[in-house]
Design a protein around this ligand. Sequence first.
Ligand SMILES: [Zn+2]
Ligand SMILES: [Zn+2]
Length: 314
Amino acid sequence: MITMLKLMADRKRAEKERNARTYPRIQNPGAVASLTVLPLVDFYTSRPEARTEAGVSYLVTAGDFKVLVDVGYNVKGEHPSPLIRNMELFGVKLSEINALFISHLHLDHLGGGSDQRKKTFSLSKGAVDFPAIPVYSPLPIKHSPFNMNPGSEVRVSRDPVRIAPGVYGIGSIPRALYIMGSTEEQALAVHVAGKGIVLIIGCGHQTVQRVIDRARELFDLPIYGIIGGLHFPVHGGRIMIGPLNIQAIVGSDRMPWNGINENDVREAINAISAAGAKLVSLSAHDSSDWAINEFRNAFGAAYTDLLVGVPITI
Ligand SMILES: [Zn+2]
Ligand SMILES: [Zn+2]
């Protein structure tokens, strides 16, 4: 009963906050000629030598600007972490990254549960040389002591922010979640010349509908692509405790017996279709095989599997 009342109060607060955040159109957003999204951490891969886990880290190369989106889960607290191992495997160097973009402050995006508790982020559970680059986070956050980080500064990007020409944080969108509480999440937007806006999303707690609405508010440009997590653990999930589908319980703004369902997946597919997206790729880290199949069937040739080590090039 108390959790139900808390959720209802959180929902009200989140809605009020969402309605209060309106932004002017971005004039002259700039554009990049090419975009590549290389998943470094996610749930599936076609490369048996790569590490996988139910977390997210994507290397986004927009023109010649490189943004790392999230830093994985590192569920076993390893050093080197799955992220660092996969970076070595795919020849990605930390020193070549120009910015870090943290979608939201959940353990599978920050490098572990202790990072979520302490409001830090870590690339591994041993020393790594973190470059002198800005970190964009929807809420205040600190480097963990494992990140050797001279000169790296955290910028709270609750509001839309220009990261590089054609590369933007679209601003945070709040949502109340059962147990996890109020969650602030931001998505990355890249304007690819002649194509439109590609949205790169972490867990998708905001709902893809609201991400698309925000992108439309900010840009007078077509929505070209949706890549990343949308949180559809329907008929299965990636974090199971016995029969309990943890992601379905904690990732919804409804009570567990009324949680994320087939209808939510259909509504998301309809919203993405209505936006006219030409490229769709759904992360398996927080969506079930059932949901991925629905997306694949709905979008046909526009659907691309999201696999660790396999670049999505636009
Ligand atoms: Zn996630
Ligand atoms: Zn999350």
